[in-house]
Design a protein around this ligand. Structure first.
Ligand SMILES: Nc1ncnc2c1ncn2[C@@H]1O[C@H](COP(=O)(O)OP(=O)(O)OP(=O)(O)O)[C@@H](O)[C@H]1O
Length: 308
């Protein structure tokens, strides 16, 4: 389909001497969920705010549902839902009042009572905004973004500060929206969020796209399980073990007694590792074949932890 929900090319934005976005290209298909993942200050919020029409880029081209977010803002507004970072509302407004007010602006809104219920806010519907917990305020903000039945939603760190139970409610709702064909672009620095929800993950750092792909493709190497871990006594000779494997495999002791074999792991490689251990009189324990995590992908590409 050549009609993307969001299309960005050559996007750049600086604040004074700070370069926030430094040439981002991105394409998000309709009906998909894209997670913009990166550490603090990577340029995620700036990118999303430009898509929302709240900021003007210094350079580049942005199209949202085929339209220019600034020039066509009045045509986009009824079709797009926005949950800004941190949210916010008049402190005295009650949760349900707030949502009904937003719903009244939409042509065909969802039932506010249903949405409050789905997001676990039914018991707090009469609570003034300022007395809601941080996680409840976030969920109300999400409800406001969704109540107008948008085709596309921008969610800036939608589950930041939520407890695991509330986060799960939000994830379930987002998965249901996606299944209904709503396009979702969210920012996060939670790997698990991106891995659980996203069709496409775009990892950004220092205002640039570091890598993108499906969670599955990013955490695999060459279509194979990319690592094998096991525990054994400390200080095994990892160079010797690497020499017993086909060329290109890396072996390291990541913590005392914890070993990591990196490279495409197939049955022959598992067998070579266990055979080598047998030669050394070592029993490999907790042997585990698995994919890399997005955290490891990020570390490998940037040399830094994602959670700065
Ligand atoms: N209004 C502003 N004025 C000056 N600098 C800004 C402004 N907004 C953002 N920046 C800077 O631009 C860079 C990118 O910020 P941005 O908020 O887009 O990143 P982010 O990836 O969303 O980070 P976070 O996860 O902390 O929200 C940072 O260095 C930030 O300090």
């Amino acid at each position: 389909m050549d009609n993307p929900a969001v299309e960005i090319s050559g996007l750049a934005k600086s604040y004074g001497s700070t370069t926030a976005v430094d040439g981002i290209d991105l394409r998000m298909e309709r009906g998909s969920l894209l997670a913009l993942l990166g550490p603090n200050g990577a340029g995620k919020t700036t990118t999303v705010e430009i898509c929302e029409g709240f900021r003007r880029p210094d350079a580049g081209r942005v199209r949202v549902l085929g339209l220019d977010p600034v020039a066509d803002s009045s045509r986009l507004r009824p079709r797009v839902g926005i949950m800004p970072q941190g949210g916010g509302a008049y402190p005295g407004v009650r949760a349900e009042e707030m949502l009904r007010l937003v719903a009244s602006c939409a042509a065909n809104p969802h039932d506010p009572a249903w949405l409050l219920d789905v997001l676990g806010l039914a018991g707090a519907k009469r609570t003034p905004f300022k007395r809601l917990s941080g996680g409840q305020q976030q969920r109300l903000s999400l409800a406001c973004a969704l109540v107008g039945r948008p085709e596309l939603v921008f969610l800036d760190e939608p589950t930041a500060g939520m407890d695991p139970q509330a986060r799960r409610l939000v994830w379930d709702l987002l998965a249901a929206l996606r299944a209904d064909g709503v396009s979702v672009l969210l920012t996060t620095h939670l790997m698990e969020e991106a891995e659980t929800l996203a069709d496409q993950v775009v990892i950004v750092d220092h205002g640039k796209v570091v890598v993108e792909g499906t969670p599955h493709s990013l955490t695999l190497e060459a279509g194979e399980a990319a690592q094998l871990r096991f525990r054994a006594r400390t200080k095994l000779d990892t160079t010797l073990l690497a020499a017993a494997l086909p060329e290109g495999y890396r072996v390291s002791e990541t913590a005392p007694g914890s070993y990591l074999v990196e490279g495409a792991v197939d049955p022959q490689v598992v067998s070579a590792v266990t055979a080598w251990c047998a030669q050394q009189g070592v029993l490999p324990e907790q042997l585990q074949v698995g994919r890399r995590t997005l955290e490891e992908v990020f570390l490998e590409l940037t040399g830094r932890e994602l959670r700065a």
